[in-house]
Write a protein that binds this ligand. Structure first.
Ligand code: SF4
Length: 233
């Protein structure tokens, strides 16, 4: 079995707890306007690796992981290659390495359900809290990540909800309160992370010769982030 991989980050500190080896999978089924990894969108391209080859790479960093760290598989959308990620996580867990999945939660099938049985933690993106924005700026229904969250709740998988804060689109208190209510209604949610929208990915869009759809939006100020984080708490 082989998976299509975009890239690796050997000592990541922003995708889950502790120090983590991050695997960015190639391929995504969505087209979020705020996406900072458009180079991961295309399916069926990228470098090919077996789960064993990646598990071996991850093992080399085991001493850095401490008690909280481990492997995070991100993307792109890892659920498009759920069978591959299942096998990779199974191998990592056998070696005592903590597994974390970073996903948009937009795909549910038998492979995905099997993958969840090998996840120690899930980082679930809930990009907006209203249906209209989800359809318009993500390309799927809000019901998709919410359905996925129900699965995490049923399986009691520790979950972090993540949202990129974009001025004028989701930096209003109403959205943040709705996000807080979603978190409160699910005991599997350990944490809600608000990540400030950034535009450093613009050069990737330029290199690909496509328009960065959210170039026109501002980045949020520190004071706005502080205020919204206070509401979430
Ligand atoms: S799900 Fe992630 S990788 Fe896919 S388009 Fe959205 S932000 Fe980009």
């Amino acid at each position: 079995m082989k998976g299509f991989i975009h890239s690796f980050q050997s000592l990541g500190a922003t995708d889950g707890p502790g120090i983590r080896f991050v695997v960015f999978m190639q391929g995504c089924n969505l087209r979020c306007g705020c996406c900072h990894n458009p180079d991961t969108w295309e399916c069926g391209v990228g470098s090919e690796f077996t789960p064993e080859e990646i598990a071996e790479k991850v093992e080399r960093y085991k001493t850095y992981f401490g008690k909280d760290g481990g492997i995070t598989v991100s993307g792109g959308e890892p659920l498009l290659q759920a069978g591959f990620v299942y096998e990779l996580f199974r191998l990592c867990r056998k070696m005592g390495i903590n597994t974390c999945l970073d996903t948009s939660g937009s795909i549910i099938n038998d492979d995905v359900l099997r993958l969840l049985s090998e996840c120690d933690r899930v980082l679930l993106d809930i990009k907006y809290t209203d249906e209209e924005s989800y359809k318009r700026y993500v390309g799927c229904s809000l019901s998709k990540p919410l359905e996925f969250l129900e699965l995490l709740q049923q399986r009691n998988i520790p979950t972090w909800l993540r949202q990129v804060t974009i001025p004028a689109l989701n930096d209003d208190e109403e959205n943040i309160r709705r996000l807080r209510d979603i978190a409160k209604a699910h005991s599997c949610v350990e944490k809600v992370e608000l990540l400030p929208f950034r535009k450093i990915c613009k050069s990737k869009y330029d290199n690909m010769g496509i328009e960065f759809p959210f170039e026109k939006y501002d980045v949020p100020s520190q004071s706005v982030m502080k205020r919204l984080n206070e509401i979430i708490k």
